[in-house]
Write a protein that binds this ligand. Sequence first.
Ligand code: CP3
Length: 349
Amino acid sequence: MTSSHTDSTILSVLAKRVSPRPPVWLMRQAGRYLPEYRELRAKAGSFLDLCFTPAFAAEVTLQPVRRFGFDAAILFCDILVVPHALGQTVTFEAGEGPHLAPAIETAAGLSQLTGTVDLDALGAVFETIARVRSALPSQTALLGFCGAPWTVATYMVAGHGTPDQVPARLFAYRDPVGFEKLIDLLVQASIDYLAAQFRAGVDAVQLFDTWAGVLGSAEFDRWCTKPAARIVAGLRQKIPDAKIIGFPRGAGTSLLRYMEDVPVDAIGLDWMIDRSFARNKIQSRRPVQGNLDPLALLAGGAALDREVDAVLEAFSGRPFIFNLGHGILPETPIAHVEQMLRRVRKSHS
Ligand code: CP3
């Protein structure tokens, strides 16, 4: 369970200790840039079948750890299994991204959902966690995750991914009280789901608020910060030592308020944030994780070396987990990941 993997460098950084070289993992490290993933993906049937078949999901979780020796494995699953377990129909069409039906465009749509997350419908996820934990070396942390309420709501409301999250933003402006009911439902679902992930064996969890950056300042507080604070408090009531990484992507200077109001153990940094702001105002008070631009990793060569060095220079010497500023892109060459790892691993703080 949570405190047993004391030789994990990730857990040590989350406990505010400085590591001589930063531990490293990558968001979306299990996925389409790996040939072994594509091969298994072709066998699994649908994307959700892959998520819900523990033997497959465990194998896919372990693939990048075996190949690259990352310091953490992240559970292979998706943030949209929560809407699925709330009664919305979720499908992934090849090349099209997710579809959720019926779309919850107004508060009236909430009656289509069950009032609580059906953890039995997610039983396969917990079995995957148990399998992965027993297959991992003790120094490798196993990370669970869920989407933050705002980000998950953007998909539930639109019924699919949207460039500017307009349907959810409109719902929230037109009927904030109704929208809050959806957020409340997701806060409780996230607490229950993450607590069950800890009970199944994850060492820490990440809260992905991928679309936090489109919110105005007041909306950021209401739909990103407050729900995250409630999730942290509710989760720690059930799992007192729960280690949590918060990642409100695109938050900019609002990251300061997020850090002050949400007692997560570490803050995820996207690639857009000003590095001296992040070092001086955030990392001086809380461990950070990130912030290599996924496009620099795709580009490779001298640009990649330069960006890796800039990230290391900004954040080494204080509690830091090396990662991307968002998920790895499917077109990324494996040789570029190897180049990045060689540079991070020979670095010293
Ligand atoms: O990090 C990992 O390796 C763990 C697995 C993981 C996936 N999705 C697998 C996945 C994690 C942590 C996620 C999170 C997720 N899913 C987020 C938040 C973080 C982020 O990247 O923004 C979001 C917004 C989603 C929703 C989602 N899932 C979309 C929009 C899509 C389609 C677009 C796309 O990238 O293909 C997915 C599908 C998905 N989730 C894939 C993978 C590997 C690709 C599906 C496939 O292989 O066919």
